[in-house]
Design a protein around this ligand. Sequence first.
Ligand code: ATP
Ligand code: MG
Length: 442
Amino acid sequence: MYLSKLFIPILKETPSEAKIKSHQLMLRAGMIKQSSTGIYSWLPLGFKVMKKIEKIVREEQNKIGAQELLMPTIQSAEIWKESGRYDDYGEEMLRIKDRQGKEMLYGPTNEELITEIFRASVKSYKSLPQILYHIQWKFRDELRPRFGVMRCKEFFMKDAYSFDLDDEAAKKSYNKMFFAYLNTFKRLGLTAIPMAADTGPIGGDLSHEFVILAETGESKIYSDKRIFDIDINKYNNSDSSIEKLRKEYDNFYAVTDDKFNKNDFDKKVEKEKQLTTKGIEVGHIFYFGDKYSKPLNCSVDLQDGKKVNVKMGSYGIGVSRLVAAIIEAKYSNNVMKWPDQVSPFEVAVIPSLQKNDKSNYLKAEKIYNFLKDSNIDVLLDDTDEHLSAKFKKFDLIGIPHQIILGSKSTDNKLEFKEVNGKTENLSLEEIKNKLVNKRNIN
Ligand code: ATP
Ligand code: MG
């Protein structure tokens, strides 16, 4: 992509309505634009980052055998009346009528709809277990939308649903998802801690919120510091290994507000190992048994002819919230620091321009074409601004690598700068290999 062609409406000033860094930077770098309260358009740069996050989320879902489908955003009120949630959900639900006066709604979540799909086609125990997911827009008429896409009304979510015969099998599905979530967030460059969350009237221990630490987060968290040192690479995707992984997490106290109990905390965690701080919830997994399958009458035939309601769990990841959450976790000195794998571009080629001398620009274009042909997501700065103005822009966008064609580059060795400030002189081939290798690690 040529910078001069890129639609990126950068703002000079920080908009006063933006209270937290990620919101400020996303507006300033032209990633999003508010269209009305809590509703945003995703501009090319922001959309690109979100798509890269979505891809990683999808790959990790597929790895555990979850299957992708796509349910509509608009749902019929009928199934919500069947489950009893049409009234319970309250004002967060956006209710709509079609021209026949039929009650509809913009889906805030999809337990009812997926159960309806499942009950219509699956009749036998032989078809279980099953995990289905989609990545789709949701609408919740939040009372106080704030912090940009962090808490907004229309947001992009991955939601998965598992179907099993009994509690024991359901726990396996739950654990698989637990594993997939840890891997997903790790690939996104985040340390997300599974925190025991409230299961409400369902009971049991199968509900976790995945939280990343951030001062601006809305969740208050209480944990044993040692939980941050768990190395998930020790584990593989077999059921028994994942079970061990869960046990290791269970060893350490880690809860959010609604489960917090001061006596428990003090009893289970020595004072100097206690961590009380704030975090951003980026995902939530939840086992709820037959809460929906029962009222919606979703059952399968067992071998002996008896019928049983399927046991379900649901598993959400805030894909659009993650764009802001990654910024919040990584930025420093007013600069976005994208991890390579989700950065809007992997590398920028930045030539200094001398009037009447096109040679440096032509060299930059050659480098650009070479990297592009090697499938590297590269941006060419073809504008005629001064280098200092160019650097400011790239700092704002936060591209993790720069090839600078200035006084420090020679014909064979190019100045290659990484986001941490490290600068090396490398051949183009070396740069390409470096970028490709980095991508493979992640
Ligand atoms: P919260 O406590 O933040 O309101 P929730 O418990 O309502 O979250 P879930 O229903 O579990 O959230 O949704 C799954 C994920 O969707 C959350 O972990 C979060 O990342 C994301 N999410 C939820 N509400 C919003 C919102 N209003 N704006 C952006 N992302 C959201
Ligand atoms: Mg909510």
